[in-house]
Design a protein around this ligand. Structure first.
Ligand code: GUN
Length: 291
């Protein structure tokens, strides 16, 4: 059984980016720069954005963290994005989701210049991705591919079952795993809340990607022996033994998992750190086109 170690692989990715960044700076170029926009005070979003800023520092990027109140209007946010679009010092930007209800997410995403859309959420980037052309790939799906590649997991001809059809994970990873590429060439089934008899599909999955946002939706006994399991979920669970009183867990119950599957991503330390590393990679790629 192989543990797909996102901490280890993401550290390798960061080190590679750090070395390349250093080489550019030595040539007298400016540092890559990521702008992160955060509206409001949602605890999870604050943590995610703080990590992104810290990651930038670790690889020698600069970052601009722009914090705005919940009450910011859609027009104000669009004006800010347009300014960042025109700012030659900014290579990439992200608007942390979810946004307050009065702001239309789709309008905001489509205001970001596709070249600076390092989240890979703009329809332009999604379209390029679907056509198997170079694009900023959404960070979580890109991180999953990088992990599979790093551990040389065979994907061609395998049945990949994806649980969850979100714009951020489920939908793009289903497209990516079906592409004529490595990792890819899978036969993909995309399951969601309206799927009938989901367990029948799970039983047939050689590669199971779970991005349902439901704690321990998947139990070891449901999984095909020898499957590769990618757990995108992240949830807090009470844990009297830990200092904070809680621990993190995923959409897959880890109990008995190692006896059933060939490889799996732990939570924490699997997909999460890979997502963060891929955002850095997209930002660095945007910088290379731009500097
Ligand atoms: N909210 C949850 N995941 C993400 C992400 O990858 N990017 C942004 N911008 N917001 C998110």
């Amino acid at each position: 059984m192989i543990l797909l170690d996102g901490n280890k692989v993401s550290a390798e990715v960061r080190e590679e980016i750090r070395i390349q960044t250093e080489a550019h700076i030595r040539l007298g170029r400016r540092k890559p720069c990521l702008a992160a926009i955060l509206l409001g005070n949602d605890g999870a979003s604050e943590t995610y954005v703080a990590h992104k800023v810290k990651d930038c520092e670790a690889v020698g990027f600069t970052s601009k963290l722009i914090r705005l109140p919940d009450s910011t209007s859609e027009q104000e946010l669009m004006n800010l994005i347009q300014n960042l679009n025109q700012d030659a010092e900014v290579d990439g930007m992200i608007v942390q989701l979810p946004l307050p209800r009065h702001i239309r997410e789709e309008h905001i995403i489509q205001t970001i210049l596709p070249e600076k859309d390092v989240d890979g959420f703009h329809p332009w980037n999604i379209g390029l991705m679907a056509r198997n052309l170079p694009a900023h790939l959404p960070a979580t799906p890109a991180g999953i591919l990088r992990l599979l590649k790093s551990y040389q997991i065979e994907t061609a001809g395998k049945h990949a079952v994806v649980i969850g059809r979100s714009n951020i994970v489920g939908s793009p990873i289903s497209i990516l795993l079906a592409r004529n590429a490595y990792p890819g060439n899978c036969t993909v089934t995309l399951c969601h809340s309206k799927t009938q008899d989901m367990e029948a599909y799970i039983r047939e999955a050689d590669i199971l990607v779970v991005a349902a946002g439901k704690k321990h939706l998947i139990q070891a006994h449901m999984i095909k022996p020898g499957a590769v399991v990618i757990d995108v979920g992240i949830h807090r669970m009470e844990s009297p033994e830990s200092k904070s009183g809680y621990k993190l867990t995923g959409d897959v119950n880890p109990e008995g998992l190692s006896e059933v599957c060939a490889a799996f991503t732990p939570v924490p330390g699997g997909v999460g750190p890979m997502t963060r590393a891929m955002l850095l990679e997209n930002t660095f790629n945007a910088y290379l086109k731009h500097v």
